[in-house]
Design a binder for this molecule. Structure first.
Ligand code: HEC
Ligand code: HEC
Length: 340
């Protein structure tokens, strides 16, 4: 309740105007829109021409789950970004696109994208509103030219009417497709894990989890910083000394950035295996063994070394990481595939 009221005060994007008629009660049905979590910083996403509305969000959801946006109508965004896995792929290191072609990187979880300044493991995409262009058109993913995507949607009278409801006219453009998808993805907010409840005094952590939290703060929070569990910087975390994938260096063309990847959030990390940009580690145990005992010498100076964690300490950190699982996020009907 308090959390909701706080959120109302912080309401950042349009859609919730009837809240302002009174702030002393909880309306029966929460207005539609975006409610920044109490503990999170201001959102990074900014697109004045794309306020979130119920109609836009629902259209975005339909499009996210739309097989017709892939060349042979076989896959959609959720094929690689599944809600049950916090919108990461189903336990595979590399995802299969149209025709079973494998991509080059592990499909990341989609979590709290409203706060993410740059997209992809190398930060090569700088705005959420253009993000869907890459997967829709990439021949290793959905392989559908944008014009074909638009033509297909235009042939569908239901979609024409949904675009009209969302944007005022039934014109279908790439930008409107992307705007609607942004509206859907912006509401993929995960802030309701047991850890969040612990911070608000509504849940307890076990002794092991609390020890893990303290070890995490010493060794990991540098980069995986609360409350988003990432600072969105690009770092080398010591997994390689030679780089098949140049990561950030591919974008900046600065050799000093070779092998750096965006620090991923650790929210829901229990569900998003396998780990790292190429999905090389299947378990959190392997990840902890890596950080403790196997880092390559040219890692970031922000990675405290040597860790030499005991197996009990590794286990405590893992227990803590599991408190970041947000069951209401992965079962939120609002984010699920709509029934047609
Ligand atoms: C075939 C699998 C596949 C499909 C289908 C797919 N994605 Fe992705 N997605 C990926 C991979 C792999 C990456 C990471 C690419 C990279 O880092 O270079 C990614 C990255 C992203 C990101 C950036 C996340 C981050 O942490 O930077 C967003 C947002 C996203 N996808 C949204 C979508 C949307 C929207 C669709 C549907 C239009 C879609 N994806 C379809 C595999 C897929
Ligand atoms: C110097 C910054 C830094 C520090 C400190 C750090 N990490 Fe990371 N972490 C990263 C980067 C960068 C990646 C992504 C690497 C990649 O994509 O290949 C990552 C990835 C991960 C992943 C995989 C997440 C995913 O979705 O694939 C886990 C789990 C993880 N770190 C846990 C930890 C733990 C636990 C600690 C403390 C023992 C820690 N990290 C310390 C930078 C750091």
């Amino acid at each position: 309740m308090n959390r909701l009221l706080d959120s109302i005060k912080l309401l950042a994007l349009a859609g919730g105007f009837h809240f302002f008629s009174s702030c002393s009660y909880e309306p029966e049905e929460p207005a539609f829109g975006f409610y920044p979590s109490r503990n999170f910083p201001p959102v990074e996403y900014s697109s004045p021409r794309n306020p979130i509305t119920r109609e836009g969000f629902e259209l975005g959801r339909d499009l996210f789950y739309e097989n017709g946006l892939s060349l042979d109508s076989s896959i959609n965004c959720s094929s690689c970004h599944a809600q049950t896995h916090a919108f990461a792929d189903h336990n595979v290191p590399l995802s299969a696109g149209v025709g079973g072609k494998l991509g080059k990187r592990n499909s990341p979880a989609l979590i709290n994208l409203a706060w993410m300044p740059q997209f992809m493991a190398d930060g090569g995409i700088v705005h959420l509103d253009v993000m869907p262009l890459a997967p829709i058109t990439d021949t290793l993913e959905m392989a559908l030219p944008m014009q074909m995507a638009i033509d297909r949607l235009k042939c569908d009278s239901e979609y024409r009417s949904k675009f009209e409801k969302a944007f005022g006219t039934d014109t279908i453009t790439s930008q409107r497709i992307f705007f609607a998808m942004s509206q859907f993805m912006l509401l993929m907010v995960s802030d309701d894990s047991r850890f969040d409840k612990y911070l608000e005094g509504e849940a307890l952590l076990s002794d092991s989890e609390r020890r893990g939290y303290s070890l995490f703060n010493t060794h990991c929070a540098n980069c995986h910083t609360e409350p988003l569990f990432t600072d969105y910087s690009y770092e080398r975390n010591g997994i390689d000394s030679e780089f098949d994938d140049l990561g950030r260096g591919r974008i900046t063309l600065d050799p000093a950035d070779d092998g750096k990847f965006k620090v991923p959030t650790l929210r829901n990390v229990e569900l998003t295996y396998p780990y790292m940009h190429d999905g090389r580690f299947f378990t959190l145990e392997e990840v902890l063994d890596h950080y403790s005992d196997e880092v390559e010498p040219n890692m970031s100076h922000r990675l405290p070394q040597p860790l030499n964690l005991t197996s009990a300490e590794k286990e405590d950190i893992i227990q803590f990481l599991k408190t970041l699982t947000d069951y209401s996020f992965i079962s939120d009907p609002k984010l699920a595939e709509p029934r047609r």
